[in-house]
Design a protein around this ligand. Structure first.
Ligand SMILES: Cc1cc2nc3c(=O)[nH]c(=O)nc-3n(C[C@H](O)[C@H](O)[C@H](O)COP(=O)(O)O)c2cc1C
Length: 405
């Protein structure tokens, strides 16, 4: 690439990770001393680049000398070899002011403009999956049994902890039952959706309104509005945007939608043939077919710039958004359970595939979780955690939870 940039600066966010990797030691193999040797490489993690980039020591040193704010004339960079600067420009870790660096510069400016905290930006960008499947990941595949896990990793840390001797505990009065108890008791992650039927439009809409819709739209200052929703939100900014993969809902053409939170309406994003929609649903939940069977998948995508507008470059801001997704998820479980529907949440998702399908710029807006809901199947074929038999009676669905149609 010809380099017309005359001024440069470092990209806004980059972290360098020294990472050890194992490689085959052919010489060691031949002499019978060792089969594997390790080497430490330097990996630059810059969210705007979109992929990990290996750098050498000279490049790392140069990144440590060039700041991210001021634009510097190339000729002022005495002591940094031209080849090192060119290589870092090509890798996107230095930003040039020339035309050939315009697209990387624009992405870098997005990271700056969204006010990402560097650690959060790197953590989010590099924990996203593309076309991954849970079965390829030995830590989460369902084909690895608990017995195998314990054999390999030992017993898990204890399921209960105590910080005082029994005689020092202050017993509390028994909790008094209220109407929410029945719903809480019947909440169980659904892995058995009814693949033969549809979800009625009324319950579909009820759940969306309650879980991601708004209860009020308030003008808090002239021209500035805020939403009141059923769940709490850091700074009351409600950055979580609801997207849907509608598979089997009465009166709704299967496809991809955005839910308009104040209008309580679906906005079509794309229609898809049934097979393609099913494939996409499977990719959303990283190949967990029992979740892909849900009548509707609800994707929670964070509009980071909304929260970071207030909490600029703040160490807690990203965490607050992630926590919020948990609140929405629990509300979905409760609302679905109340209406006799099953629900699930998963973090094992292919963020990149979802961003591509919905046209999201990951530096600004990106999924954190995929939820799903719909009527349960009559028979349980996949494992659920229902120790009290509140949802399943033996292997059959309890009558009161049966699909209403
Ligand atoms: C953030 C989060 C991610 C989860 N991801 C998965 C998942 O990928 N696959 C799955 O089968 N269950 C997933 N679950 C559900 C848990 O396995 C489930 O909550 C747990 O087994 C307890 O069962 P219960 O929800 O029925 O009480 C997830 C739960 C949470 C909170």
């Amino acid at each position: 690439m010809t380099n017309t940039s005359t001024r440069i600066r470092r990209c806004g966010v980059v972290l360098i990770e020294p990472r050890e990797e194992a490689e085959l030691d052919v010489a060691g193999l031949l002499t019978g001393t060792r089969a594997v040797r390790t080497r430490v490489k330097l990996v630059a993690l810059a969210p705007h680049v979109g992929e990990e980039v290996e750098i050498d020591g000279a490049e790392a040193a140069a990144l440590g000398r060039i700041g991210e704010t001021d634009w510097l004339a190339r000729e002022t960079l005495a002591g940094i070899e031209r080849g090192v600067v060119d290589s870092l420009l090509e890798k996107g870790l230095l930003i040039g002011d020339g035309d050939e660096h315009a697209s990387m510069r624009a992405r870098d400016e997005t990271v700056r403009g969204v006010h990402w905290r560097p650690l959060s930006a790197v953590s989010h960008a590099f924990s996203r999956w593309h076309e991954a499947g849970v079965d390829e990941d030995v830590r989460i595949t369902r084909h690895r049994t608990l017995t195998e896990l314990i054999r390999e990793s030992g017993e898990p840390p204890p399921h209960v902890t105590s910080r005082a001797a029994p005689e020092h505990r202050r017993a509390l009065p028994p909790a008094r039952p209220t109407s929410i108890d029945a719903i809480l008791a019947r909440r169980a992650t659904c892995r058995n959706f009814d693949t033969t039927g549809t979800l009625d439009l009324a319950r579909f809409g009820d759940v969306l309104k309650r879980v991601v819709g708004c209860q009020a739209e308030v003008e808090i200052l002239p021209g500035t509005k805020a939403l009141k929703k059923a769940h709490p939100s850091g700074g009351s900014l409600h950055p979580l945007e609801p997207y849907l993969v509608v598979q089997r809902v009465d009166g709704v053409a299967p496809g991809l939608y955005h839910y308009h939170v104040t209008e309580h309406a679906l906005e079509p994003v794309a229609t898809m043939a049934p097979d393609a929609l099913r494939d996409f649903g499977m990719r959303c939940v990283a190949g967990q077919d029992f979740f892909a069977d849900a009548h509707a998948l609800l994707i929670l995508a964070a509009r980071f710039e909304r929260t970071f507008w207030k909490y600029r470059n703040h160490p807690k801001a990203y965490r607050a958004i992630v926590l919020e997704a948990g609140h929405v998820s629990q509300n979905l479980y409760l609302s679905a359970t109340e209406l006799g529907l099953g629900a699930f949440v998963t973090a094992a998702i292919n963020e990149v595939d979802i961003e591509e399908a919905f046209g999201l710029d990951a530096l600004r807006e990106s999924p954190l979780a995929v939820l799903g809901f719909g009527p349960r199947a009559q028979q349980k074929t996949m494992l659920e955690f229902d120790p009290l038999g509140e949802v399943w009676d033996g292997d059959a669905l309890r009558a009161e939870d049966a699909p209403s149609r």
